[in-house]
Design a protein around this ligand. Sequence first.
Ligand SMILES: Nc1nc2c(ncn2[C@@H]2O[C@H](COP(=O)(O)OP(=O)(O)O)[C@@H](O)[C@H]2O)c(=O)[nH]1
Ligand SMILES: [Mg+2]
Length: 169
Amino acid sequence: MRQVLVLGLDGAGKSSVLHYISSEAPKDRTAPTQGFNSVQVCAEGFQIDLLELGGSQNLRFYWNQYLRHSHVLVFVVDSADGPRLPTARQELHCLLAEDLQLPLIILANKQDKSGALSVVELHQELALDTLNSQREFFLLPTSATQAALATATSIRHVKSLLLELLARL
Ligand SMILES: Nc1nc2c(ncn2[C@@H]2O[C@H](COP(=O)(O)OP(=O)(O)O)[C@@H](O)[C@H]2O)c(=O)[nH]1
Ligand SMILES: [Mg+2]
């Protein structure tokens, strides 16, 4: 079993990403995640367990514990929420200070929204040039919507990348 930890500010799209990784059916409205949300995906001979922790602020205490059991870290950002980008940057860098090794996938989510920052802009806003050069890291533009499944910002790309990274283990 491979574990993927999915973090990011509330409302960034974590639950939606999990949903479209496990199913291409339209997603119902879901309440904000309280505590945990997890989905399992079986693929290419192994099981992937994706775990979302809700409300990263008060659950930060648990990060360490979950990081230790994870193989990949996914950090979801709402690319259209400019005012909260500094908070997202802070959370991300705090998190990365806890773990220096895990492969990191940052999702520049909500690319379908007008005013969404591009991956180039987010690279700068999130200060990704300061990341530890040893860490394997990917920045993907995504839209966690059904309409985007067949487009360049599809969640399918996230799933393929995860499979590729996890198959090496
Ligand atoms: N337009 C658009 N809305 C999104 C996208 N991803 C998530 N949402 C919406 O943003 C809201 C919060 O999403 P959710 O997955 O619950 O975020 P979480 O709190 O990080 O789990 C919901 O209304 C989602 O439908 C996206 O890529 N594009
Ligand atoms: Mg959620």
